[in-house]
Design a protein around this ligand. Structure first.
Ligand SMILES: [Zn+2]
Length: 74
């Protein structure tokens, strides 16, 4: 599994951890980069769309963070 690219640093994130959260019915991914942590939950419903693919697509990590910065700049 390839590390997602951090939208802030524009390079692969430092580390990823994941575990199955049975109460949330999904897999929780923790992405570590630039001293911050972002959590994303991959639910069963989302996983259904990825059954055929071998890769798990994160999109860019920390995009929400970057968006907040961009919004401030406007
Ligand atoms: Zn980063």
């Amino acid at each position: 599994m390839e590390f997602p690219v951090c939208a802030v640093c524009n390079k692969p994130v430092d580390r990823i951890e994941w575990f199955d959260d049975h109460s949330a019915r999904g897999r929780v991914f923790r992405v570590f980069c630039h001293g911050k942590v972002e959590e994303q939950v991959l639910t069963d419903r989302m996983a259904l769309h990825m059954v055929r693919g071998t890769e798990i697509a994160f999109g860019n990590a920390f995009t929400a963070h970057v968006k907040a910065i961009e919004d401030k700049g406007r």
